[in-house]
Design a protein around this ligand. Structure first.
Ligand code: HEC
Length: 141
């Protein structure tokens, strides 16, 4: 047995490396930003106000997924609430972003249908804020 790299194995190595790099383009976004402390009132609700309530608000008849993300209602409609479309999964599992439908629906994982906001995507910073908020205990702070 010798370990000299023959031209054939060299080509195989190049092919496998390029396949690996292809798979990196798909799947969850891993935001390259550093977010530390997140407040629900000051950081998360403003994201919902800007990008979500047009479609997730009981008041204006756009109540998709039976999810209300308007101020004063969003927190209770998320925490430990079983998802309408993806039961038995929960919208937010405290301290566990991976298990939370909310996080999976904004990070482009496509595990639970379309990415949110429908037809677009949040900034990397906003995506990371949602993850950190959940993993810091999803507090109403
Ligand atoms: C243009 C309309 C639209 C916008 C804007 C939008 N959504 Fe949605 N959302 C939908 C529709 C339609 C569904 C139901 C289909 C589905 O689950 O993908 C949905 C479902 C969801 C669900 C699943 C609810 C459940 O329990 O089944 C979550 C979580 C969600 N959206 C989060 C968000 C967040 C967070 C934002 C803002 C960042 C957002 N959405 C913005 C249309 C929208």
């Amino acid at each position: 047995m010798n370990y000299i790299i023959t031209p054939i194995s060299f080509i195989l190595i190049i092919i496998s490396l390029s396949l690996l790099s292809c798979t990196k383009d798909k799947g969850p976004i891993e935001p390259d930003v550093n977010v530390t402390t997140v407040s629900f009132i000051n950081d998360i609700q403003p994201i919902f106000n800007a990008d979500c309530i047009a479609c997730h608000n009981t008041a204006n008849n756009q109540f998709y997924g039976y999810l209300d993300l308007s101020e004063g209602n969003s927190y209770n409609d998320l925490i430990s609430v079983v998802s309408n479309g993806y039961a038995p999964e929960k919208r937010v599992v405290i301290n566990d972003s991976d298990a939370s439908v909310l996080w999976q629906k904004v990070n482009n994982s496509l595990l639970y249908g379309s990415n949110m906001p429908l037809g677009g995507s949040l900034s990397n910073t906003d995506i990371e804020k949602i993850r950190v908020w959940i993993d810091e205990g999803a507090q109403n702070n």
